[in-house]
Write a protein that binds this ligand. Sequence first.
Ligand SMILES: Cc1ncc(COP(=O)(O)O)c(C=O)c1O
Length: 383
Amino acid sequence: MNNFDQPIDRRNTDSIRWNRYGKDIIPLWVADMDFRSPPCVVEALHKRVEHGVYGYTHEPNDLKEKLVDYIYQQFNWKINKDWIVFIPSVVSGLYSAASNFVKNDETILVPRPVYHHLRWAPQKALRDFFEIDLICENNRIYLNESSLLSYKKKNVKLLMFCNPHNPGGTVYSKKELEGIASFCVKNKILICSDEIHAGMVLGDKKHIPIASISSEISKQTITLMSLNKTFNFPGLGTAWAISENKDLRESISKGIGTIIPDTQIFGYITTLAALDKGEPWRKDLLDYLDKNRKLVQEKIIPIKDLKLYTTEASYLAWISYEKLKNLDLCELFLQYGVAVQPGSMFNKEKHFRLNFATQSNILNEALNRMAKAIKIEKNKTPQ
Ligand SMILES: Cc1ncc(COP(=O)(O)O)c(C=O)c1O
């Protein structure tokens, strides 16, 4: 059994998450985990480091075959190894899709709220984009066919899609995906589907890649995946794009080896090791995250001024404080010793995202501090 309760000091590792704030702040913002990667990953790195020569490296020969098996076993999606293109990170794939799939006079649909790079990619590529507000039903946020119909732009060419969704971790059902897929087929809209959180679905839900929904949608989708998040090596991980459409593969590959660096040696090593032997660790991780998810529910739901959205995957709880009109909760939490990610990052004010991938005792302390902050400060500032 892997011990995720083991305390780990990350302050002396140039960690973005742990170094931004002072030592009295518990940092629950950037999306990485406070857990060591699986022993098989650490061992594989040690072995390669020991060799001492780190020259230009091509992908390991059997990596694509292993990914084909993995994707079939995990998501019941049959792909061909020629459909895979390695990229150094999912984010580079998002930017390539926005720049290369869409012309100057075409528009990109972007959900709101969403992981900021899905919105920044069209912005930085100087492409027009239109934000579609996610629907909220029984505290669960998601995109559906009728919300998609709300777009008011002509020449829509691409949907930036995120499943499981960040923030919040919504896992789309088959029916929901069918609705989105048929809408995109009908309107000839390509999909760039960021599925980086697919390996961390909690409870009974299952991840379904949108490209696996029908042969039509498969032809107009590029799927971005990686093990960076699931096995906690985003500092050196690798990623890949999958599409059966050769034009989309060629288009996403533009710039690789020049403006986009090739995937690095240690990215391949970690990915291969996780594929080969990481599954038992992943299962333990999911149990631990599920326990932390319950702790977040236990502590947040009783605070009537907050609304916790349903978390079905990953470790990024999404919380509204719209009822606290006169408080800037993210600033306030800092004063009480907790850093969360402000909702403005995802283009949604009066919300925050809480990373619960830390040791349960640290999470518990952070949640207590947050509850205390609201209790004390609310009485001082009339709402
Ligand atoms: C939805 C989503 N996509 C992409 C990334 C980053 O991926 P990468 O590190 O491979 O660029 C993140 C990181 O938080 C994410 O949540």
